[in-house]
Design a binder for this molecule. Structure first.
Ligand code: AQP
Length: 339
């Protein structure tokens, strides 16, 4: 029997709550993949400094809260290594080598950098935001991951990761697995409820973002106020009906019912019926989720233990890759290193 494929993904602990886009675009796949793969899921606390650095106490709290949310979503710490990026030094050790293989122009073409930089005054945009995709490449390549379950917004970064892996392999000999992005067919890009031409994002105004830890009443209110269009027919057509199509995609992803069947079921009904169905489905998912997060947060020592155990599983894999890379580029191996 061949060895199970390795899966790697991460999420930033940058806000108190994951939003529905994070869950449907990424975390839901994380849960499904842990059954048949060897999986590593990390909280990208290093990445979370790339925009306005959070208050230290808030970052600490959000990191534990992110771990609690992964577990509440169904990521099982027995089957999945859940850990903090800052607990595995290899991520930054590998980043330096990859940065030196990345063209300045190549990094400058990353659309997420351009989008986020456009939102801040240029002198407040950090070098860390610029090099973020290269740290992300190191996060992935260091585990020799085959699959990277991410939302569609991360595709360009995965492409850069593949290019860097191929470039290193071409120059120094086979070293890295060249990973594939693994994006969900219908929920790859959940859109903002108020502006359904943009992805749902924590950095857009709150009214368009469904935070999973919002009270159910707030979620329902946001869904009822979602932008639709001036027609009345419920049809899936992302180009001309982005708001309605987004609601259908959310309903389909949360309930598991195919979009075609949902559209047929709404025949003759108006947008109010669709919004009610979406609100019911989202609230039915979010309420027990939030309750479980509260329970887990009541025992931070246990969360820290889970994160330490996850890092203990991740670290040896990361150290092996760094040792191999450092040797291949010609750094003299330290006598104390065993690999
Ligand atoms: N709207 C989305 N639809 C589908 N997937 C999404 N992801 C994020 N937004 C959507 C996926 O969530 C995972 C974690 O991403 P992250 O830690 O990078 O979170 P984020 O991108 O910081 O979340 P935001 O809200 O989008 O933050 P900002 O506003 O800072 O850009 C990734 O797999 C991502 O694809």
């Amino acid at each position: 029997m061949s060895a199970p494929q390795r899966v790697l993904s991460g999420i930033q602990p940058t806000s108190a709550s994951f939003h529905l886009g994070n869950y449907l675009g990424a975390v839901k796949q994380w849960v499904a993949l842990q059954d048949e793969h060897e999986v590593f899921y990390f909280l990208a606390d290093l990445h979370s400094l790339t925009l306005e650095p959070p208050e230290p106490a808030a970052l600490t709290q959000r990191s534990r809260q992110a771990a609690a949310q992964l577990i509440a979503a169904g990521v099982d710490p027995e089957r999945s290594a859940i850990f903090l990026q800052s607990h595995v030094a290899g991520h930054t050790q590998l980043t330096w080598v990859l940065e030196c293989l990345t063209g300045y122009g190549e990094a400058g073409r990353m659309t997420q950098f351009k989008d986020k930089a456009a939102r801040g005054a240029l002198d407040r945009v950090s070098v860390g935001l610029f090099t973020y995709p290269i740290l992300q490449a190191a996060d992935i390549l260091i585990y020799q991951a085959h699959l990277v379950p991410v939302g569609d917004d991360q595709r360009q970064h995965i492409e850069l990761t593949r290019n860097l892996a191929q470039r290193f392999n071409g120059r120094y000999g086979e070293t890295f697995v060249v990973p594939e992005a693994f994006t969900p067919p219908s929920a790859a890009r959940i859109l903002d409820l108020q502006d359904p031409t943009s992805k749902m994002s924590k950095s857009l105004p709150d009214a368009g973002t469904l935070n999973l830890l919002d009270p159910a009443s707030a979620l329902v209110k946001k869904i009822k106020r979602a932008t639709t269009d001036s027609e009345t027919e419920i049809r899936y057509d992302p180009k001309t009906k982005p708001g309605v199509s987004n609601l259908l995609a959310i309903l389909s992803a949360v309930t598991g019912d195919p979009i075609d069947g949902l559209v047929a079921g709404f025949a003759g009904q108006g947008y109010g019926a669709l919004k009610t169905a979406v609100a019911d489905a989202v609230a039915a998912f979010a309420e027990p989720f939030a309750k479980r997060v509260t329970e887990l947060m009541a025992d931070p020592a246990e969360l820290d233990r889970i994160l330490a155990a996850g890092a203990d599983r991740a670290r040896p894999v990361a150290e092996r890759t760094v040792a191999d890379v450092y040797t291949k580029v010609g750094f003299v191996p330290p006598l104390s290193r065993s690999v």
